[in-house]
Design a protein around this ligand. Structure first.
Ligand SMILES: O=C(O)[C@@H](O)[C@@H](O)[C@H](O)[C@H](O)CO
Ligand SMILES: [Mg+2]
Length: 403
């Protein structure tokens, strides 16, 4: 089965999403997510100029060989643009292979390890009270796990909190990067109160998660983890930038709060030390940014040896194609932990019809052959690309900080 044609589809039904469609000479096609938030067209150029011309005529069944060809063949290994482009090809080829086998993708990976996939939703609010209301709404919807983020008094903008009440939170919210302000001392003093309030109102059973979004130094992260141990978080995410992998040794010396890291990782080498030294509990590297199923499977297998479980990134900047494929992976992977779920706008769901379903705090990937997500190209064409950038963060004195 030869690859006859491949094309990139860019659409913006509320946010930019990039999709690669690969068509074979047998008429089967597969799609892969290629969205890299805020850097979308870099991946489009990479695919169109350097990947697609080299794919035409190749055997669509040779997923591993094509992966190695694109990875080693680039010479310039790794990096988010390269690994997202490779992931898009990989996801589309797994989709094709599963369709050719007339099986849902999880069957090709090794079959079900569980009946359904637990997901966590996002509760955000400008203050603790409004965040608690959002937690209540999620509990009512059936979520068993909720990420909680709230505004910090004295800081005008906080990660994870919508610009205006009642609006959805979208991180890439302006043409050029918006400038946010960050104050570590205020945050460290305030955020434990949020966890205390959630436990007090919702009891012990709800899983609580929180994303620090890379803003603390290792010793500050250790202090935060230690000070919130009594609230029994499911995880504390990205508590410090993970380029400094050994920084996590310091954090581990001070706290038993479980740690999740990896949404910005794109290869096994970004997390090898963290995993092998058991410095984290959940690995968040996900299919679209880390080389697709072929590569993330290797990360998950390494993680399994060290009791590290998966907790895939699932923000709205990962398209329904990534979500669909991730749910198949989550259904199979033995060391599954949890899956992030940030619902897409209705317009996006219309452009990407899918087989996955939510019920009672869990998702199932559906039984459609392939990964079960399609793209309506006519509808996609109605939403042209619109540049959108992620914010930058500055300390109160103006110093550029981690966003
Ligand atoms: O945990 C998460 O979902 C995030 O940290 C994302 O919202 C992240 O900020 C975006 O994916 C950036 O594009
Ligand atoms: Mg995050």
């Amino acid at each position: 089965m030869k690859i006859k044609e491949a094309r990139v589809i860019v659409t913006c039904p509320g946010r930019n999403l990039v999709t690669l469609k690969i068509v074979t000479d047998e008429g089967l096609y597969g799609i892969g997510d290629a969205t890299l938030n805020g850097r979308e067209l870099a991946v489009v150029a990479y695919l169109e100029e350097h990947v697609i011309p080299a794919l035409i005529g190749r055997d669509a069944h040779r997923i591993e060989d094509i992966w190695q060809y694109l990875y080693r063949g680039a010479y310039w290994r790794r990096g988010p643009v390269t690994m997202t482009a490779i992931a898009a090809v990989d996801l589309a080829l797994w989709d094709i292979k599963a369709k050719a086998a007339n099986m849902p993708l999880y069957q090709l990976l090794g079959g079900k390890s569980r009946e359904q996939v637990m997901v966590y939703g996002h509760a955000t609010g400008k203050d603790i009270e409004s965040c608690l209301d959002e937690v209540a709404r999620h509990v009512e919807l059936g979520y068993k796990a909720v990420r909680v983020q709230c505004g910090i008094p004295g800081i005008p903008t906080t990660y994870g909190v919508a610009k205006r009440e009642g609006e959805r939170y979208e991180p890439a919210d302006s043409d050029l990067p918006a400038e946010h302000v960050w104050d570590t001392a205020k945050y460290l003093k305030y955020v434990p109160k949020l966890f205390a309030a959630v436990r007090e109102r919702f009891g012990d059973d709800l899983h609580i998660l929180h994303d620090v979004h890379h803003r603390l130094t290792p010793i500050e992260a250790g202090r935060l983890g230690k000070s919130v141990e009594e609230f029994n978080l499911f995880w504390l995410e990205d508590c410090t930038p993970a380029e400094n992998q050994e920084g996590f040794r310091l954090i581990r010396q001070h706290t038993t709060t479980p740690l999740a890291v990896g949404e910005v990782f794109n290869s096994i080498h970004d997390c090898r030390e963290l995993i092998q030294e058991q410095l984290i509990d959940y690995i968040r590297a996900t299919l679209v940014h880390a080389g697709g199923i072929t590569h993330v499977r290797r990360i998950a297998d390494l993680a399994a040896l060290y009791h590290v479980r998966t907790g895939f990134h699932g923000a709205t900047d990962l398209s329904p194609v990534c979500m669909g494929a991730a749910l198949h992976f989550d259904t199979w992977v033995p060391n599954f932990g949890i899956q992030e779920h940030m619902p897409h706008e209705e317009r996006i769901d219309e452009v990407f019809p899918h087989a996955y379903r939510f019920e009672d705090g869990h998702f199932t990937p559906g039984e459609a052959p392939g990964h079960g997500v399609d793209i309506n190209e006519d509808l996609a064409a109605r939403y042209p690309y619109k540049r959108a950038s992620l914010p930058v963060n500055r300390l109160v004195d103006g110093t550029l900080w981690h966003w």
